[in-house]
Design a protein around this ligand. Structure first.
Ligand code: ATP
Length: 210
């Protein structure tokens, strides 16, 4: 179980301050919506928690460790063992099969929950029978569902989702929200950047920036 403690975080690009002195906590079991106008820095803040961007000031503590101070090897371990993400570009290996993309999620040493088996996860997202298909042959919505299945297999203790229902129809959007809620119910700390009221309503609380 991991809580994410964001304390006094500021992010600037050059002289432009995107957000300043932001503090909030996402507890294990909580699904928090991150909202704010377009350009306010929601994706950037998720990227800071995912260690894809550096904070300009402040700390982000997970399991009592300030992850903004991790060296590259520690950052890699954090991403591999603790973090799961559902971003707009899906971050899948396009030439590999659906099954291979899910197998990567269970790297040795990961510290997530028990997670779903591969077959169960594929069934859950409606992609059973497609294990051998290379990802590049799938539609955008199907790729999004592979990324979701990968999260369910990994069962990470910190989950970051960036506009996870943006490109999906209602049925698939609800599938994504149900899965994220299940991860939270299993003890994950889930942070979801969104403009959608429907997504905010599915969350247990809301942090606004901008
Ligand atoms: N590497 C970078 N260098 C300079 N500016 C950047 C960089 N990354 C993001 N920005 C700027 O920071 C601002 C915030 O972007 P971000 O994508 O975090 O906003 P957002 O709140 O997620 O927006 P949206 O709701 O439209 O997705 C944007 O104006 C963007 O151009």
């Amino acid at each position: 179980m991991s809580s994410v403690v964001v304390e006094g975080v500021t992010k600037s690009f050059g002289s432009r301050v995107l957000f300043a002195d932001r503090s909030f906590v996402v507890e294990p079991g909580q699904m928090t919506a991150l909202t704010g106008p377009s350009g306010s820095g929601k994706s950037t803040l998720l990227n800071c928690v995912g260690l894809l961007e550096k904070v300009s000031a402040g700390s982000i503590t997970v399991d009592g460790r300030d992850i903004t101070r991790l060296r590259p090897a520690g950052a890699r371990r954090f991403r591999r063992d603790t973090l799961g993400y559902l971003f707009q570009n899906y971050a899948l290996v396009e030439n590999a099969s659906v099954r291979a993309n899910l197998q990567i999620a269970r790297a040795p040493g990961h510290r997530g929950g028990p997670g779903l088996g591969l077959d169960e996860a594929l069934k859950r997202v409606g992609l059973d029978g497609m294990e051998q298909v290379p990802v590049y042959q799938l539609s955008g919505g199907e790729q999004q569902r592979v990324a979701l299945a990968r999260l369910l297999v990994k069962a990470p203790t910190v989950v970051l989702a960036d506009e996870p229902t943006g490109a999906l129809d209602q049925v698939n959007a609800d599938m994504v929200l149900d899965a994220l809620r299940d991860l939270a119910a299993g003890g994950a700390a889930v942070l979801v950047a969104t403009h959608s009221r429907h997504v905010v309503d599915a969350c247990s609380d809301e942090v606004r920036i901008g």
